[in-house]
Design a binder for this molecule. Structure first.
Ligand SMILES: [Zn+2]
Length: 430
């Protein structure tokens, strides 16, 4: 790309950057936790429409995706799960097509008194914007949109089709991105600006969610010896799961991108419920578990081992051997994905285009990172033969209190994204 166009694109992002910050604040003010994304999605759909994109807004139907690889089981209905895609149709189609993907759903904010300011009243201080979802990943969604805006204000458009996706369900299943695939959205590459500090993600872990249901034998606590405590019965099972976690992290099992990490796979007991009364031996307990797996590790084999570990621990317990736990899968059934394993020409070209874009903005080289979480990249990479680049701004305390995103980092990512689009897709006059 010629240096004149490069500098015009960089300036175009700068010229609209204060507007971009305003836009991010407006979007962050929508409390788009799972099931509550509609107002944020309606806002995105309006913004895409007003920019002239062809907008597709639809409710996810589980029956459309249930049979597809990468589907994650869900407990509840999908009445509230709405995806939004804005399409730019190129007139010349001389370049390579692109998916710009981001998720609108945010995780629950937790106890409000742990926040220094209300999570859905975004504020800027010292160059950071605070708010639930500001970093993960509304800054990325906004960056994708304003990267396209920057080209447009120069009188340019991508010279290939571009699909701007704002999806739900990233934080629990990925079924939003899967529904986009099922609806026919395909492209030559995908870019997802998840907030990993301006690094290119080379690999991401898979994630499994499951629940363990335990039944006890309720009695008055005065005769506890005759009962069986379902909550305490969870303790040996949790210990057995942590032993399995240590084994799976063994050096011999690691994907090469994680060879240097002693503990990439984390098992989390994320929720526990049980019992009905302080002076009654609890009759029931349910705990929710998140466990990670490496790229290449089979989900079916992982599930079989989890079940075997739980059953073996239960059989070693006097009460549980006669009241075996029930295991219920809901949420993430996510395989790992490594862009670094994709040796295709398309992947190499996309990576080098991003390398150049990042260098043009920062003057430095694009660092690589293997992350210990999952993203929607797996759908494009594993199930659509589309290299998926995860590259987004610097954020802190995502999923925590006082989540924040660095605004100058969002500016640089927006500039790099605009340059990447111009290079990957080429440009044509509007
Ligand atoms: Zn995210």
């Amino acid at each position: 790309m010629d240096s004149d166009l490069t500098s015009r694109i960089l300036h175009a992002v700068d010229a609209h950057f204060s507007e971009q910050i305003e836009f991010l604040a407006t979007l962050t003010a929508h409390p788009s936790t799972r099931g509550n994304e509609q107002s944020a999605q309606a806002f995105m759909a309006d913004e895409l429409t007003s920019r002239g994109y062809e907008v597709d807004q639809w409710q996810i139907d589980v029956e459309d995706i249930r049979h597809l690889p990468g589907f994650s089981p869900v407990l509840g209905p999908y009445e509230d799960a709405v995806n939004v895609v804005g399409t730019h149709r190129s007139r010349s189609n001389k370049g390579r097509s692109l998916i710009l993907n981001g998720h609108i759903d945010v995780v629950p904010e937790g106890p409000l008194d742990m926040w220094d300011s209300p999570p859905y009243e975004p504020r800027v201080a010292d160059g950071w914007m605070y708010g639930r979802g500001a970093g993960d990943m509304k800054a990325g969604l906004v960056s994708n949109l304003f990267a396209l805006d920057a080209l447009r204000c120069l009188g340019l458009a991508p010279a290939a089709d571009v699909f701007y996706q704002s999806v739900v369900e990233e934080e629990c299943t990925g079924n939003g991105a899967l529904a986009c695939l099922a609806r026919g959205y395909k492209a030559d590459a995908a870019l997802i600006p998840e907030p990993f500090a301006e690094t290119l993600v080379t690999a991401q872990l898979g994630v499994l969610w499951f629940q363990v249901h335990l039944k006890g034998l309720p009695t008055h606590v005065a005769y506890a010896g005759q009962g069986a405590n379902a909550i305490e019965a969870a303790i040996p099972l949790i210990s057995a799961l942590h032993e399995m976690e240590a084994r799976w992290n063994g050096a011999e099992y690691r994907h090469c991108d994680y060879a240097h990490m002693d503990h990439a796979l984390n098992l989390n007991i994320g929720k526990i419920q049980g019992g009905d009364w302080t002076s009654s031996v609890p009759a029931w307990c349910v705990f929710d578990v998140r466990m990670a797996i490496f790229p290449g590790q089979s989900i079916d084999a992982a599930k079989a081992e989890i079940e075997a570990v739980l059953m073996e621990a239960a059989r070693g317990n006097d009460f549980l051997k006669n009241a075996l736990p029930e295991i219920v899968y809901h949420g993430f059934h996510a395989e790992g994905y490594a862009l670094s394993d994709d040796k295709s020409v398309a992947a190499q070209d996309a990576i080098s285009a991003l390398d150049m874009a990042h260098s043009a903005v920062t003057g430095g080289t694009l660092d690589r990172a293997a992350i210990t979480a999952t993203t929607d990249a797996r759908f494009f990479g594993l199930y659509a033969d589309t290299p998926a680049l995860v590259y987004g701004p610097r954020a802190e305390a995502i999923h925590g209190f006082n989540e924040r995103v660095e605004l100058e980092s969002m500016r640089r990512v927006t500039q790099a994204t605009a340059l990447f689009i111009a290079d990957w897709c080429g440009v044509e006059d509007i």
